[in-house]
Design a protein around this ligand. Structure first.
Ligand code: F6P
Length: 324
């Protein structure tokens, strides 16, 4: 391996720049070349890349977003698109790729590697934390802190006005952000896709809260939760049944994806990406690096895609006890 390509793909997450930096610097340390492809798979298809040396990644460890930009490439779903990408890698003399992203990115990488025999290593970067083979994905910790900070602010105004707030947080198919930020911000209820607690239980719990003398209530709703059709309809249903509540909805949205990465995410990204480069230099391929019990490990891309990252449902019980 003489030349490694790196890209970021799918939803961006804080810490992706720290990851790009760690790839470029590790390549420089081991005397190999590094190129960065723009806009994920799309940049590979278009041959849109930049040479990266140790200095080209200066001062980016603290920056949110990704300097290589990100995209979800439709063209890469076609074999013609992947052929173009393979031709461009050959032209650019790139021997292997490091793919920073989530499950969509790994799925694309796995097919590409099989079709064109180009080694790839996946690095889990998504705020959702929904990847098997790692306890944490890059960006999740920062996103949690952003959400907790936002809910703390909502709590201030909620208790000033004796209001009930429904706060929708990201997590297309997974409740990691909702569950952990909910416990961290002391939410009264947490709704996640992994567990359907039912509308009756929600109503009973909110009614209990009001009677117990609480001056505000916060329900954290994961965007992937299916208890209501969406958070607005859920709020409408609850206020119809509990007319004493003055309720509001806040959708936190893409604010959760931005911002300077936490120290945890910077260190995580750094450790994962040094390992990713070292695995390629050791002749390994089609693996994903992960953080498991404080160690940097790797698993096959296949298992990362097949298995599900289990969520700790005991946190629902903890939340129940503590929101009494
Ligand atoms: O996959 C990360 C994520 O932030 C999800 O939680 C969310 O549903 C999705 O991306 C939003 O994607 P987009 O930026 O394309 O709207």
């Amino acid at each position: 391996i003489k030349r490694i390509g790196v890209m970021t793909s799918g939803g961006d997450s804080p810490g992706m720049n720290a990851a790009i930096r760690a790839v470029a610097r590790s390549c420089a340390y081991y005397n190999i070349q590094c190129v960065g492809f723009y806009r994920g798979f799309q940049g590979m298809i278009e041959g849109d890349y930049v040479e990266m040396d140790a200095r080209s990644v200066r001062n980016i460890i603290s920056r949110g977003g990704t300097i290589l930009k990100s995209a979800r490439s439709k063209e890469f779903h076609t074999s013609e698109g992947r052929q173009k990408a393979a031709d461009n890698l050959k032209k650019a003399e790139v021997d292997a790729m490091i793919l920073i992203g989530g499950d969509g990115t790994f799925r694309g990488g796995q097919i590409f590697s099989k079709e064109h025999n180009i080694p790839v290593i996946g690095v889990p970067g998504t705020i959702d934390n929904d990847i098997y083979g790692t306890n944490y994905t890059i960006g999740y910790d920062t996103a949690l802190n952003t959400v907790v900070d936002a809910i703390d602010k909502i709590r201030d105004t909620a208790s000033s006005h004796n209001r009930l707030f429904f706060v929708e947080v990201m997590g297309r198919d997974a409740g990691f952000i909702a569950l952990n930020s909910g416990v961290g911000a002391g939410a009264e209820e947490i709704l996640i896709p992994e567990e359907d607690l039912g509308l009756d239980r929600l109503l009973a719990s909110l009614e209990r809260s009001r009677k117990s003398g609480k001056t505000s209530s916060i329900v954290v709703v994961s965007e992937g939760d299916k208890i209501g059709k969406n958070v607005f309809e859920l709020a409408e249903y609850v206020t119809k049944n509990l007319p004493d509540y003055d309720s509001k909805v806040t959708v936190l949205g893409h604010i959760q994806r931005g911002g300077s990465p936490s120290c945890f995410d910077r260190v995580l990204a750094s450790r994962l990406c040094v390992k990713a480069v070292e695995l390629l230099l050791d002749g390994k391929k089609d693996l994903m690096v992960g953080f498991v019990n404080n160690q940097i490990e790797s698993c096959t891309l296949e298992s990362a895609l097949k298995e599900k990252h289990a969520i700790n449902l005991d946190l629902l019980r903890i939340s129940d006890i503590l929101s009494t």
